[in-house]
Design a protein around this ligand. Sequence first.
Ligand SMILES: [Fe+2]
Ligand SMILES: [Fe+2]
Length: 174
Amino acid sequence: MNKIVSTFRRLLGKEPASSPKEALRRLDLHPAPAPVPAPAPAPRKVIEWTDDLTVGNPVLDGQHKKLIAMINTLGQPDLSVEDLGEVIFGLLEYAAVHFRDEEDYFTEVAPEIVPAHFLSHTVFIAGAYRFVQRFQRGEALALRDTVYDFLCDWLIRHIRNEDSQYYRRSHPAA
Ligand SMILES: [Fe+2]
Ligand SMILES: [Fe+2]
């Protein structure tokens, strides 16, 4: 066997490659270039609670503030995959508690507008569930901006415009 190898070496005039890189160089192949690191996510503005978000119930306002804290966690430029997962799974837990409390309270204050409101909550839960599925499929940080935008839209469209209707109804002079 050694004789065959040495014959080939003599014919080729080459010694074995000293490293995989050298072997690739001889074959005129090159290792794939190093991946370009993903650009750092753009910093997001910190969102703060404002009085126009109140629904006139301190427990519900506290839960809305918790949601704002979750949005601000997502907005951190150094957000880790673990932090993202905590927020995404936390949304389902948040929704279960908050919507139950909110629906109980709103049913007392203005039962006539509750059914449409319940429907919006169902849409939120469906969205949060989709995020969990996408996270479990490994989309991880690619999801961050989508979840962030979804929650900001929810804050403005739902909490400020729909939840706060109950405050205006329960405090007509406000
Ligand atoms: Fe709410
Ligand atoms: Fe609501």
